[in-house]
Design a protein around this ligand. Structure first.
Ligand SMILES: Nc1ncnc2c1ncn2[C@@H]1O[C@H](COP(=O)(O)OP(=O)(O)OP(=O)(O)O)[C@@H](O)[C@H]1O
Length: 233
């Protein structure tokens, strides 16, 4: 692939005797939206942690070009810092001058439609609002690669749909490569250019949902995951 933002080759991760990632290969292109599905315990979060630079005790390669941001399932906001100060937490390590923090935070919060909450305390926010702050915190760094670890998992169905729309909009405008870990097949098919299935420590299937028949692809992805539709219905 030309110009990848993440290139993983032969990545192996062991916890003691247990091999969680087993010679995994994966590429995320610049501006590409990739969703990663896999059963519980298949190693999705482990892969994200390696790509985020949080775990380098691995064999093989996981190369990322440029800045990486991560948003987790829980927003992980610091309750003793106002919303806007949470947004700029990562900027110090990027060498951004402190004097620019407030303006950058305000711009990022406006993008997630939370401009008026900049001076609020995190504990006064709803779950969906807190998740949007965590997205603003990821985007304010203008990442080349955005890692999303089930960031919509804890949201109610309606909020989830509106945050989906927001993420797609932000992705189109900012164009980072995205790697989204999710358990939700429909979410993956709706959002991603490419849907990958992780099993046995490797990527075992890949699909391109754009323009494809959703129901047919859904069946195939569920089969890749070893699930029959009867079990889901
Ligand atoms: N620090 C650790 N020490 C030991 N084992 C670990 C550690 N972190 C993860 N594991 C194990 O590695 C395996 C993969 O975990 P991981 O969290 O990557 O899975 P996952 O696919 O993200 O799961 P889920 O969908 O349930 O979140 C699991 O069996 C887990 O118990």
């Amino acid at each position: 692939m030309a110009n990848p933002v993440a290139e993983v080759t032969g990545l192996t991760k062991r916890f003691g005797d247990r091999t969680v990632l087993d010679g995994l290969d994966l590429t995320v292109g610049r501006g590409e939206f990739v969703a990663l599905l896999g059963r519980s315990g298949s190693g999705k979060s482990t892969l994200l942690r390696v790509l985020a630079g949080l775990d380098d005790d691995v064999e093989g390669r996981a190369d990322v070009t440029g800045t990486v941001s991560v948003a987790f399932q829980q927003p992980r906001l610091l309750p003793w810092r106002k919303v806007w100060r949470n947004v700029v937490l990562g900027l110090r390590q990027d060498g951004v001058a402190k004097s620019r923090n407030r303006a950058l935070a305000d711009k990022a919060l406006a993008e997630v439609h939370l401009a008026e909450h900049a001076d609020d305390w995190p504990l006064t926010l709803s779950g969906g609002e807190a998740q949007r702050v965590s997205l603003a915190r990821a985007l304010v760094r203008e990442p080349d690669l955005l890692l999303l670890d089930e960031p919509f998992g804890a949201l109610d169905a309606l909020t989830r749909i509106s945050v989906h729309g927001l993420v797609q909009d932000l992705w189109r405008r900012h164009g980072p490569g995205v790697l989204l870990v999710t358990h939700d097949v429909d979410e993956a098919l709706r959002l991603a250019d490419r849907v990958l299935v992780l099993d046995g420590g490797r990527i075992v299937a890949g699909h391109r949902p754009r323009g494809a028949d959703h129901d047919d692809l859904r069946r195939r992805v569920l089969a890749d995951l070893g699930v029959t539709e009867d079990a889901v219905a």
